[in-house]
Design a protein around this ligand. Structure first.
Ligand SMILES: [Zn+2]
Length: 379
């Protein structure tokens, strides 16, 4: 065996550093008459990318890289590991993968000169007959003909290859794409439970910022905890998210640039994080459009906050006009005889039948009847 190959997954943005490490080791090896080092790239694929809790949130381009480097032989001996001895920290052993099962004596020493004290980098050599020996860095060249610079460059490369991980928790690697379904579900849940927050509004974080924090992480743990409470409070919004997605996709020939762009972005299963704002904005717009399309007799379910409860005259007992606003700002009203009457500020889940559509404050107001009322999930 004259060379050893290491194959491992890597992201495109990590390739530059790998290429540099390969070139340095290659230059050193060739300058000393050894075989060079090579980098071979595999086919690019997309790997699933989890968030800090392990939930898959998107994909990142990834490929298998193979690094080939020369094995160092000398009179039946082969260099199989580097040992870095630190009096305080102990010994770090980096073994070439084909030899990982070899027993390694980690006591620091150099079998050529007898040095065994202090900070010492040594190399472990294994003979064809099974014997091993260690050579200190300054003795590898006089004793075995391997310049220390070659060994250092080769093992820097080996350590790089063994240590590189395509996944680093909490990072947003270049080329990452987020799961479109998850973006719309988070946006639908936050809009439902907390109301849509647009730029320039009262909320310090827009809904798009909130979705970004949920997907890609935030340094503010309190914010993230609060957002997760909203997600739980919203309950199951998958039907709403799916409707939003369908609505986005169906407008490829729409006269509006906005709708055409949405349609284009929503065709894919994943999206560039730069498109988060655009996608998230589709949720309230869809909800308002869906409200405008309601006709008398339709059944609809909403999660809304009560804004007003006022008495109505009645011959048959107490009646109240109850007004609601949902997370997209859509207005609803219900003339209710169902006691106990809710109070302003309550957040409720209502399912009712549309009786008529009116206008208030320049907006559509939908009147419902015979509502089934449940508390919105506890927040
Ligand atoms: Zn020595």
């Amino acid at each position: 065996m004259t060379s050893v190959s290491l194959t491992f997954p890597i992201r495109p943005d990590q390739l530059t550093a790998l290429r540099r490490a390969v070139e340095q080791a290659d230059r050193q090896a060739r300058a000393h008459g050894l075989n060079g080092c090579q980098l071979t790239r595999g086919q690019a694929e997309f790997m699933e990318w989890p968030d800090i809790n392990g939930v898959p949130i998107g994909t990142v381009p990834c490929e298998d890289a193979t690094v080939t480097l020369p094995l160092l032989h000398f009179q039946g001996w082969t260099v199989i590991a580097e040992l870095e001895h630190e009096p305080e920290a102990g010994t770090t052993v980096t073994v070439l993968p084909p030899y990982v099962d070899e027993p390694v004596d980690v006591s620091p020493r150099c079998d050529a000169c007898g040095e065994s004290e202090g900070t010492l980098t040594s190399y472990l050599l294994r003979h064809d007959d099974g014997q091993t020996m260690q050579l200190g860095r300054t003795c590898t060249e006089p004793y075995a003909g391997f310049p220390a610079a070659v060994l250092a460059a080769l093992w820097r490369l080996v350590r790089w290859c063994l240590a590189v991980e395509p996944y680093e928790a909490g990072t947003v690697p270049p080329g990452m794409r987020v799961d479109l379904g998850l973006v719309l579900e988070y946006a639908a849940a936050l809009t439902t439970a907390a109301g849509y927050a647009k730029r320039g509004g009262d909320s310090p974080l827009t809904t798009a910022d909130q979705v970004r924090a949920l997907l890609l992480g935030s340094t503010d743990r309190d914010v993230v905890r609060q957002l997760h409470r909203h997600l739980r409070a919203a309950g199951d919004v998958s039907a709403l998210a799916e409707s939003v997605r369908e609505w986005c996709r169906e407008s490829t020939n729409d006269p509006s640039d906005y709708r055409r762009k949405l349609a284009r972005v929503a065709q894919e299963d994943t999206a560039d994080p730069k498109e988060l704002g655009l996608l998230v904005s589709a949720v309230p717009i869809y909800m308002r459009e869906a409200q405008r399309e309601l006709r008398a007799g339709d059944r609809t379910s909403i999660t809304a906050t009560i804004t007003e409860v006022s008495p109505l005259s009645s011959e048959w007992g107490q009646r109240r006009l109850i007004r609601f606003v949902d997370g997209a700002g859509c207005l609803y009203a219900w003339e209710s005889m169902t006691k106990p009457f809710p109070k302003a500020g309550d957040q409720l889940r209502l399912t009712g039948r549309v009786v008529r559509t009116g206008a208030r404050d320049g907006k559509v107001e939908t009147y419902l009847s015979r509502c089934r009322v449940m508390p919105a999930a506890a927040s």
